[in-house]
Each structure stands twice: as structure tokens, then as C-alpha cells.
Design a protein around this ligand. Structure first.
Ligand SMILES: *[C@@H]1O[C@H](CO)[C@@H](O)[C@H](O)[C@H]1NC(C)=O
Ligand SMILES: *[C@@H]1O[C@H](CO)[C@@H](O)[C@H](O)[C@H]1NC(C)=O
Ligand SMILES: *[C@@H]1O[C@H](CO)[C@@H](O)[C@H](O)[C@H]1NC(C)=O
Ligand SMILES: *[C@@H]1O[C@H](CO)[C@@H](O)[C@H](O)[C@H]1NC(C)=O
Ligand SMILES: *[C@@H]1O[C@H](CO)[C@@H](O)[C@H](O)[C@H]1NC(C)=O
Length: 395
């Protein structure tokens, strides 16, 4: 019967440690029926690095970008958001809200299948002959800077230069057909996004039988997120800068963004705590501070969760980027740089935020902080001491 050789193959796969049966039975579609084909695509993991702006996601994304078996894309949803923001107001109204989320999800599904056609329709200026020079942060994807997509850079890679430094200069316009082929050639796909508000928005993707979605939910202390945003986006944070310098809150300071960030984190973590079945086995919460403090150990935990081997290249990248040993050429230090001492930067909000701001954020984000095990500071002095609970969240 059709079924038997597949069952046999499954048994072989299981004994080889491919964990195929575990994955299929999780969909509870395998109980007795064999209509699912054992295609190679079944082993493909669809990894989503789910985070907020300035929560250490560039750093964390490198754990996937450096793996030769993973095709990593840095925030493809940027193009969707741009296209929606720019559309005419009539269209805008029609597309707003849930529709934007729908477009995000469609694009993710498309990319997880190495199909770049959706993305292509959002890139501006429009790609010609599937060629574009406007792919957002193309050089944050190692696969888009190396053969077959780009033939340059052998010397620079050998010298240990980050792709972000040499790739924009040496690699010509991006051929999206080649990008798709490079994606198909790798076993797994990982996508980083900071544009989806909360984990509940991922339910349809998580339940999609065509995907084997693994969500890495990266969180960071909201006080650190704020300090990092103030530095990276100084122009938009003038009022906050003033507050930081004077210790007095300007009347026109905008508290809504950080409040929303905290609320989104809170909702996501609560969804997880309700033990939603659609998240079972598919969700891992990672605190950036834990990763920054013990990058190797945390990377191992992440890869264990994914059911993948931690490649030597990832370990090497960690060794080179978490201990201040990287060349400090000014060119290499830019806004989204990940090459720096992660241990020091994770806690730098303690010296970079005025205590008055800290108190306000603690009261706005009180529940989020306590859910994630970040301790409140009560005085200027205790702000300087590093306190945070480890092993805080229920598995
Ligand atoms: C949005 O519109 C502005 C002004 O028309 C234009 O300069 C810009 O390139 C557009 N951006 C995108 C992503 O379409
Ligand atoms: C892009 O790559 C494809 C696949 O190799 C090739 O057929 C096509 O000619 C390339 N496009 C351009 C404009 O070079
Ligand atoms: C880097 O690691 C070495 C040991 O591997 C240690 O002696 C040194 O203090 C570390 N440097 C920093 C800046 O943490
Ligand atoms: C806030 O002020 C302190 C002390 O004046 C300064 O060291 C720090 O860089 C400022 N923080 C930000 C985010 O601008
Ligand atoms: C959060 O704020 C509420 C009300 O202000 C307070 O009762 C509670 O103890 C605070 N929670 C934490 C964890 O500080």
C-alpha cells in the first residue's frame, strides 16, 4: 500500500534523529493517515525572530545569519510598510489595520517558500527584470552577499570584514531570481521582524500546515530599549534628550510609543502563559540580557529548541563579537552595528538614562517588567547595580 513505504521511511528518519515523526504528529494530522508526503521540504524549519525595535534583534539575527544552512532575511516587512504608508489615502483606508497584518503574513509565507514575487511587488522603485538596488538591508543577509547571488568579496570575507562594510560597495544590484535560488539551496529560512505587534498575530502562520514555524520571541528590558532608541533615533527623541539632560519631564514628551512597546510585550508573554496549543513546541522566549551575558550557552539553547546543529561558524561569530575584540575602525561602527561588546551594552541604560525617566518607564511598564523578571530600581544608586532574575519564566 502507498502508506507502508512512507511509514518505513518515517521510521528510518526517526532512527536517524531527523525527528520527522515528532513534527508531523504535532500537527495531529498523522494519526493513522498517510496523506502527507514525505517531501524534503518537510524538514525545513521556518524560523521567525520576533522582536521590537532596538531590542537586540540585529545581534540575535546573526546567530542565524552565520549558519551556512540557513537563509536569513533582515526585516523584509519594511517594504510592505513603506508601500502602505505611501499609498493614496483612499487605498490607505482600505488597506489599514488588519489588512496590513494580512499582507505581512502573506509575505512571510511567500518568503518561507523562497518565493520573492510578493516582496518584488512591494519594493520601490519597482524592480526591473527582477533586479533591484533597493532591497532593504540586503547586506544583513550573508546569503545575498555570497555566491551564487554575488561573486565578489572573497578577500574581504577572509579578512573578517562584516558584510555590511564591503557588500554594498562590491555587489551589484540584487538579482531576485538568484536570491530565490540561494534560498532554495539552503535547508532552512529565518526571518527577523520588528513590525508585527504581538504574538497572537502569528496564529494563522503557526497553524499553517505548509510551515514548520519556530518563533524566537526576543525581549529586552524596556528601559534599555528606550535608551537605545534615544541614541539611535536622536532626531525623534529631542524631548526625551532634554528630559534626560535636565531631569524634568517636558510637557510635550510622547509616552505612547514606549507604552505600546510594553503593552505588546505583555500581551505576547501572556498569550504564551495561557499555554495556547497553537504555540506548543513552537515558541521560545529569550531575554536579550541573558543572551548578551552568556551568548554561547543561550545560542545552544536556541538551536536545541530549533532541533538544529549549532554550526562552528556561529560559535566563531560569537567569540569575535561578544568580548570587545573586534577592530574599532570608525567605519565598522554604525547604527545597526552588532560588532561590539554585548555584555557592556546590555546594561548601559543604567548610566545613560536619567533616574526621573527610569521612574516614569517603570511605572508605565510596571507589569511588563515584573512579567519578564526585570527588577525595578528605587534610587539613583541602585540603578547602577545590575539586578535581574534568571530562570524566571515558566517553560
Ligand atoms: C514615497 O513617496 C515619496 C514622495 O512621493 C517618494 O519620494 C518615495 O520614494 C516613496 N517611497 C516609496 C517606498 O515608495
Ligand atoms: C538573474 O539570474 C537569472 C538566473 O541565473 C538569470 O537567468 C538572469 O539572466 C539574471 N538577470 C539579469 C538581469 O542578469
Ligand atoms: C575577553 O576574554 C578574555 C578571556 O577570553 C578576558 O581575559 C578578557 O578580559 C575579555 N575582555 C573583555 C573586554 O571582556
Ligand atoms: C543622558 O544623560 C547622561 C548624563 O548627562 C548622558 O551620559 C547620557 O548619554 C544621556 N543619555 C542619552 C540616551 O542621551
Ligand atoms: C505596579 O503598579 C501597581 C499600581 O501602581 C502596584 O500595586 C504594583 O505593586 C506594581 N507592580 C510592581 C511589580 O511593581
Amino acid at each position: 500500500m502507498e502508506c507502508s513505504w512512507k511509514t518505513l521511511l518515517l521510521l528510518v528518519c526517526t532512527s536517524l534523529g531527523v525527528q520527522y515523526t515528532a513534527i508531523r504528529s504535532f500537527h495531529d494530522s498523522f494519526s493513522g493517515s498517510c496523506q502527507d508526503s514525505t517531501s524534503a521540504a518537510a524538514a525545513r524549519k521556518h524560523i521567525l525572530l520576533f522582536a521590537q525595535t532596538r531590542s537586540g534583534s540585529s545581534f540575535t539575527g546573526q546567530l542565524f545569519n552565520q549558519h551556512p544552512g540557513i537563509f536569513y532575511v533582515f526585516e523584509p516587512l519594511f517594504h510592505v510598510q513603506q508601500a502602505f504608508t505611501n499609498s493614496s489615502s483612499r487605498l490607505q483606508r482600505a488597506l489599514d489595520g488588519r489588512a496590513l497584518l494580512g499582507a505581512y503574513r502573506d509575505l512571510l509565507l511567500n518568503l518561507y517558500n523562497c518565493d520573492f514575487s510578493f516582496l518584488e511587488s512591494y519594493i520601490r522603485p519597482e524592480p526591473q527584470d527582477h533586479m533591484t538596488g533597493a532591497f532593504f538591508r540586503r547586506s544583513s543577509s550573508h546569503a545575498l552577499c555570497t555566491p551564487p547571488v554575488c561573486q565578489e568579496g572573497a578577500k574581504e570575507i577572509l579578512a573578517g570584514q562584516p558584510d555590511e562594510v564591503w557588500c554594498p560597495k562590491k555587489c551589484q544590484a540584487l538579482n531576485l531570481t538568484l536570491a530565490s535560488q540561494a534560498c532554495q539551496a539552503r535547508t532552512h529560512v529565518a526571518i527577523k521582524t520588528v513590525r508585527i505587534p504581538e504574538i497572537g498575530d502569528l496564529r494563522t502562520l503557526s497553524e499553517d500546515p505548509r510551515l514548520d514555524l519556530r518563533i524566537i520571541h526576543l525581549v529586552r528590558d524596556p528601559r534599555a530599549i528606550l535608551a537605545s532608541r534615544m541614541t539611535a533615533f536622536a532626531g525623534k527623541f529631542r524631548a526625551w534628550k532634554m528630559w534626560n539632560a535636565t531631569g524634568r519631564q517636558p510637557r510635550y514628551v510622547d509616552l505612547t510609543q514606549i507604552t505600546r512597546t510594553c503593552r505588546d510585550i505583555e500581551y505576547s508573554v501572556e498569550t504564551r502563559m495561557q499555554k495556547s496549543t497553537w504555540l506548543r513546541g513552537r515558541y521560545l522566549l529569550v531575554r536579550y540580557e541573558d543572551l548578551a551575558l552568556n551568548p554561547e550557552e543561550k545560542a545552544k539553547e536556541i538551536y536545541r529548541f530549533l532541533g538544529l546543529d549549532l554550526h562552528q561558524r556561529v560559535l566563531m561569530w560569537i567569540a569575535h563579537n561578544t568580548n570587545g575584540t573586534v577592530p574599532s575602525s570608525s567605519e565598522w561602527n554604525y547604527k545597526y552595528s552588532t560588532t561590539r561588546d554585548s555584555k557592556a551594552t546590555a546594561q548601559s541604560w543604567r548610566v545613560h538614562l536619567n533616574f526621573d525617566i527610569v521612574k516614569t518607564v517603570q511605572s508605565l511598564c510596571n507589569r511588563t517588567l515584573s512579567l519578564l523578571g526585570y527588577k525595578l530600581v528605587q534610587s539613583f544608586l541602585s540603578k547602577l547595580l545590575i539586578h535581574f532574575a534568571t530562570h524566571f519564566y515558566p517553560k
